[in-house]
Design a protein around this ligand. Structure first.
Ligand code: HEC
Ligand code: HEC
Ligand code: HEC
Ligand code: HEC
Ligand code: HEC
Length: 506
């Protein structure tokens, strides 16, 4: 009885349950649809244009009206944070490690050389550094420190380039304006040239105002990557360059037409985060990539064109100063080889509602490992940090040994020079100073403390130490110290003046 009584009850219980589940599910689906609809509108809103932006819109606040999320994070590059080896506190590197004052003696870098900070400061920091206020500098410095695309184009038109400022930057007339203006502004004295610009790197320097696609705006990079394309150096991490090499090579490699989107996400940074020098009286910003991107290929190029940055004040060595070769070092690492771009780590995606935006707060990924690294590496944040710091601690230790070795060479060479030795006699040791300091500096001036390519960094530092000690030996030969070695302290097998100390009692 109870079973037959219970049967219908159980049946109706089940159907009520099913009805409830179905109703619940329906409501759920409806809510989800609603949510998706809202989010889609939200996503659309980001593309909705509040204001018209054009090639001549330099002020990022104008672009920010259409893209408020990117603009908000862009503004946050004013933030100041410190990590173990990086971050954005502009401390004086020369006080933190005074050996660099001696290594750079006679050059502007021995008076003021700071830790770099966020993009928001790039123009004011350049205007204020004692390297600019105490030494004359050219307009070429602005290539990487300002929103200068529009200023170059204006100067180009003044020099007779065709078209108007409204022409797309990538059109033939836009490119002609850019190149002509670049050539003109590089040679102008800094204090005059800096009046042509008002903002640090801005939206118009990286984005096409119509399509928002990334685009190259820095002539130094365009010339540099074209020279690299013509070299023999294998660049498996830049597939469009490899493709160009296999083609008919009638036209020069054009990153804006040929690079993939993923390559662009690194090339956009490689317009500034690279080694460079100012070529000739025109002070043309030049990336020395004609033989390839590796430290000795760049050195070979400098040797061939007979370039030195300065003569060392104590030794007279024709020295080179390396500057932020982030792109070059990254190019030798496993991340580049695996197709991981600068923007993947330094501008990671972040979700805001339905929209995935690129974090324009460009900074150390150590402040943001969850988004910068955990998308690919499924370890805890602590584990990721400790892997990075292991690489950096090892690099820093080796770099310290490199500094000691280069300083020892400088001291020995100075002593040799003080004996009145001829330039000819000093030549070999000076050459070794140039080579060792260039390698040491290449890793020191690079801003990841070895992370971008750990093994390559260790290789370069190892060679720096070896070359510096070879140079020290050469210098010691000149002063004659090695020819007349000091007699060793009392040999152990001769009877001692003093009785030998008895072995300690057990
Ligand atoms: C796989 C992730 C990754 C990629 C790819 C990458 N970086 Fe880095 N980068 C790092 C890490 C990690 C550091 C060390 C940060 C620290 O010590 O605080 C760093 C440091 C830097 C710094 C110094 C930051 C500071 O706070 O001092 C700069 C500048 C930089 N990278 C630029 C670049 C450029 C340009 C590229 C591309 C050519 C690039 N990075 C590619 C992870 C990456
Ligand atoms: C090819 C691009 C490029 C050119 C040209 C360039 N810079 Fe920079 N500069 C950078 C980058 C990238 C950084 C940040 C990385 C770093 O500090 O190592 C930087 C950092 C700086 C800093 C802050 C850190 C420091 O070194 O004290 C100053 C100041 C500076 N540059 C001044 C100059 C001056 C002066 C010139 C001209 C002689 C110049 N820059 C030319 C790219 C460039
Ligand atoms: C127009 C030149 C230019 C471009 C393009 C550029 N940078 Fe920079 N970057 C600089 C300069 C200059 C500084 C140093 C500013 C200062 O110290 O005042 C800097 C600083 C940095 C820092 C240090 C920030 C901090 O908080 O310490 C990082 C990281 C960085 N850039 C990464 C990148 C990445 C990644 C890209 C590409 C998405 C990029 N930069 C594109 C010129 C540039
Ligand atoms: C130093 C170069 C640089 C500057 C300056 C810059 N961006 Fe970007 N922006 C990027 C990169 C890199 C991406 C990623 C593009 C991609 O993956 O194709 C991006 C992506 C975007 C996108 C596409 C959606 C997204 O977030 O991925 C928008 C919109 C955008 N930026 C707006 C702006 C605005 C607005 C400004 C000025 C306030 C600005 N950007 C300044 C480099 C830059
Ligand atoms: C887009 C994916 C991606 C991102 C983002 C990424 N990595 Fe990697 N990482 C890789 C790949 C791929 C390798 C190569 C190892 C392999 O193939 O298994 C690698 C290798 C490494 C290695 C080993 C390096 C070596 O020389 O052997 C370390 C350490 C590392 N990543 C740390 C980081 C850190 C820290 C970040 C964030 C700042 C980061 N990665 C961001 C994909 C990524």
């Amino acid at each position: 009885m109870s079973t037959s009584d219970n049967a219908p009850k159980r049946g109706s219980g089940l159907s009520i349950f099913l009805i409830l589940v179905t109703a619940g599910a329906t409501v759920g689906v409806m809510m989800l649809m609603q949510n998706i609809r809202e989010r889609k509108t939200e996503a659309k809103e980001t593309v909705f244009r509040v204001t018209n932006i054009a090639e001549t819109t330099v002020d990022p606040a104008e672009w920010g009206k259409n893209f408020p999320r990117q603009y908000d994070s862009y503004k946050r590059t004013v933030d100041v944070d410190r990590t173990k080896y990086g971050g954005s506190e502009a401390f004086q590197k020369l006080d933190q490690d005074p050996r660099w004052r001696q290594i750079f003696k006679g050059y502007a870098f021995s008076i003021d050389y700071r830790e770099e900070r966020g993009h928001a400061y790039m123009l004011s920091d350049q205007r204020e550094t004692e390297r600019v206020t105490k030494k004359p500098q050219p307009g070429a410095c602005l290539h990487c420190h300002a929103s200068i695309t529009n200023a170059y184009r204006k100067a180009g038109i003044e020099k007779g380039a065709t078209g108007t400022l409204d022409d797309p930057l990538t059109s033939p007339s836009g490119q002609e304006q850019l190149m002509k203006g670049f050539e003109a502004v590089c040679a102008v004295p800094y204090n005059d040239a800096t009046k042509l610009v008002t903002h640090p790197v801005a939206c118009v320097d990286c984005h096409d105002p119509q399509t928002m696609q990334l685009r190259i705006s820095r002539p130094g990079f365009t010339n540099g990557i074209q020279a690299l394309a013509k070299s023999e150096d294998p660049v498996p991490h830049l597939p469009s360059v490899e493709r160009w090499r296999k083609g008919d090579r009638k036209n020069a490699y054009d990153p804006n037409a040929e690079a993939t989107r993923q390559e662009m996400r690194s090339m956009i940074c490689a317009q500034c985060h690279v080694e460079y020098y100012f070529k000739g009286d025109g002070k043309l910003v030049t990336f020395p990539w004609h033989k390839g991107l590796k430290v000795e290929q760049i050195e070979t190029y400098y040797n061939e064109v007979g370039w030195k940055d300065w003569s060392h004040a104590e030794t007279g060595a024709p020295a080179l100063k390396a500057q932020h070769p982030e792109f070059e070092l990254w190019s030798q690492g496993i991340h580049a080889r695996s197709g991981v771009a600068c923007a993947d780590c330094h501008m990671p995606y972040q979700r805001e509602g339905a929209v995935k935006i690129s974090d324009h707060h460009v900074r150390s990924p150590m402040l943001n490992t969850a988004r910068a690294c955990q998308t690919c590496h499924h370890y805890s944040e602590d584990e990721i940090k400790s892997r990075v710091e292991t690489i950096q601690d090892r690099t820093a230790k080796l770099m310290g040994r490199g500094e000691e070795a280069v300083v020892a060479l400088i001291n020995a060479l100075k002593a040799a020079k003080d004996t009145g030795a001829s330039d000819d006699t000093l030549k070999k040791a000076r050459e070794l100073q140039r080579q060792s300091q260039w390698r040491l500096d290449f890793i020191a001036a690079e801003n990841s403390m070895g992370f971008h390519a750990p093994q390559e960094s260790a290789r370069i530092l190892g060679e720096a130490i070896d070359l510096a000690r070879q140079g020290e030996l050469e210098a010691l030969k000149i002063t004659g110290l090695s020819a007349t070695p000091k007699a060793p302290d009392k040999p152990a097998d001769k009877p001692a003046d003093k009785p030998a100390t008895p072995p300690p009692a057990k």
